[in-house]
Ligand binder design. Structure first.
Ligand code: HEM
Length: 225
């Protein structure tokens, strides 16, 4: 095995890779959120944005495959680290007790595995609802496009979908808040001095992204847009 592969298989290497892939996924969330905001500019703006993305052709597929790799690798790393940590625990009670008031650490990692798995399941249902949907077509300036706008309006007119998305976006916020500072920790950027700043950045980033994603379904459901 090469040195790089040995490092990536080590505990430190896997934690680092979880952080790096996680931060890559956060970048995707930001781009996706900004794209979703086009809904507020009206049907033509959103549908043209979506059409422009699809026009990227092979480049879009390269990005999609990269994204898929990041999602799967990140999830696999998270699950394997969690399983290993569980196996290494000689006695659950002892570990909780030795951490005293800070059984918080244990709660964080169990909530990460739970929110992570729910988010993974969400992505599958989400792709089915939107990305793989057979969209109605709309024509602007002689160019036929997918009517993504009407699909969003149709989906978030339904209470169940709206509640489902709001709940999942809250879980996404929780997962990201812990994930971002954990990633910074793996990168070695946490210290007594930088800790409060990094906790703050993680909290604000998670809040903005979760609230941003929640804003769209709620605005559609309550007919604010
Ligand atoms: C309220 C929140 C969200 C809304 C309204 C939303 C909406 C959409 C829509 C309309 C598409 C299809 C775009 C198109 O074909 O042009 C899409 C694609 C996608 N979404 Fe979301 N999304 C949301 C949150 C998320 C989250 C939290 C994730 C990841 C955890 C995510 C991951 C994806 C992925 C991977 C695609 C496929 C991209 C592609 O076609 O290459 N979305 N989303």
């Amino acid at each position: 095995m090469s040195k790089a592969a040995t490092f990536l298989n080590s505990q430190v290497g896997r934690k680092l890779a979880t952080g790096v892939t996680g931060l890559g996924l956060v970048l995707f969330m930001i781009v996706h959120l900004l794209g979703n905001l086009a809904y507020f500019a009206g049907p033509e703006a959103l549908n043209t944005y979506s059409h422009t993305l699809h026009q990227l052709g092979p480049l879009l597929w390269v990005v999609r495959m990269g994204l898929l790799l990041f999602f799967v690798y990140h999830a696999w790393l998270g699950i394997s680290i969690w399983l290993e940590r569980r196996k290494a625990r000689p006695d659950k009670y002892e570990v909780y007790a030795s951490r005293g008031g800070a059984s918080r650490q244990s709660w964080s990692s169990s909530s990460m595995i739970l929110t992570g798995i729910l988010l993974l399941l969400f992505v599958v249902t989400h792709l089915n609802t939107f990305a793989f949907h057979d969209f109605d077509k709309v024509v602007y300036g002689g160019v036929e496009m997918h009517d993504v706008h009407s699909r969003l309006s149709e989906v978030f007119a339904q209470p169940l979908y709206t509640v489902y998305y709001v709940v999942i976006m809250v879980l996404l916020g929780m997962h990201m808040r812990h994930g971002v500072w954990s990633a910074f920790q793996s990168l070695g950027w946490m210290s007594r001095k930088t800790n409060p700043v990094i906790y703050g950045i993680a909290f604000v980033l998670a809040l903005i992204i979760a609230a941003g994603f929640i804003g769209l379904p709620l605005s559609i459901f309550f007919e604010l847009v």
